[in-house]
Design a protein around this ligand. Structure first.
Ligand code: NAI
Length: 254
């Protein structure tokens, strides 16, 4: 029975994934702020270290799969929290759990990114290099007065680039690592964006070519595929599961 750790397990995509994995016979270790097997605040270094050590204890330091789903959207209380959870927590958990994954069976990990990463201009913004440099204090200071949508898109682009930078290191460990980039998923995070005074209208009008948003289970299906041996040659890739949004935004690039 594979042992799989999932952050953001209490809601949305993470909760749907945990249900599917349990149904498929995985032993699931859910991590979230509350209502999880491990309750930890991933916006803090202390919470991240607590999550890492408790996962290592619970899996006997042999972890088969890791899915980093926890995230905050543009309605988060402040822009620093968006970077802390969407980027720095992912970085800390990848680094902290890589040794346990390297001892797992056909191990693999998936990070949940976003189609927001391809938002025009974000790749040229200095916050991306600041994030990749890895100094959390500097990044949080740099984003403090910026727009939440920049923090969100920047965190998702940086986390995707972070995954791609790890392909050699993780291949040597024998662990596959990929990103799933959703478009619209009908979850509390998305609902909060549609109701936001600043972003509501634009969010509601941003419709994928398929003409609808997705259900959390549709994303969970893609994540389970990437974790499985059916995806045994997929490594360092960003899989868009977005109803055609990436192709709509940048039809001439991929
Ligand atoms: P959600 O709000 O339903 O679930 C996110 C989970 O992350 C929640 O359970 C929340 O408690 C947890 N979380 C947030 N901050 C945390 C912290 N400090 N410590 C521990 N856990 C924390 O949202 P959803 O939509 O399921 O989001 C999952 C991932 O999918 C996120 O990374 C999000 O950015 C990404 N995504 C979502 C899209 C959407 O349309 N819903 C689109 C593209 C990406």
């Amino acid at each position: 029975m594979p042992i799989t750790a999932v952050t953001g397990s209490a809601s949305g995509i993470g909760a749907a994934l945990c249900a599917q994995l349990r149904e498929a016979g995985h032993s699931v270790i859910g991590i979230d702020r509350a209502n999880a097997d491990i309750n930890a605040d991933l916006s803090t270094d202390e919470g991240r270290q607590q999550a890492i050590s408790q996962v290592r204890d619970r899996c006997g330091d042999r972890l088969d799969h890791l899915v980093l789903c926890a995230g905050l959207g543009v309605t988060a209380p402040n822009t620093g929290l968006i970077l802390a959870v969407n980027y720095f927590a992912v970085k800390a958990l990848l680094d902290g759990l890589a040794p346990a994954l390297s001892k797992g069976t056909e191990p693999s990990a998936v990070v949940v990114g976003s189609v927001a990463a391809v938002q025009p201009g974000v790749d040229q913004h200095p916050i991306i290099q600041t994030l990749l440099k890895g100094d959390e204090g500097e990044a949080l200071a740099a984003i403090a007065d910026q727009d939440p949508s920049l923090a969100y898109a920047g965190s998702k682009l940086a986390v995707s680039l972070l995954v791609r930078s790890k392909v050699h290191e993780w291949a040597k460990l024998g662990v596959r690592l990929n990103v799933v980039a959703p478009g619209v998923v009908e979850t509390p995070l998305y609902k909060a964006s549609t109701e936001d005074a600043r972003y509501g209208e634009a969010t509601r009008n941003f419709v994928a070519p398929l003409g609808r948003g997705s259900q959390p289970a549709e994303l969970a299906n893609v994540i389970r595929f990437l974790l499985s041996s059916q995806a045994s040659f997929m490594h360092g890739t960003v899989v868009f599961a977005d109803g055609g949004m990436d192709a709509m935004i940048r039809p001439n690039r991929f």
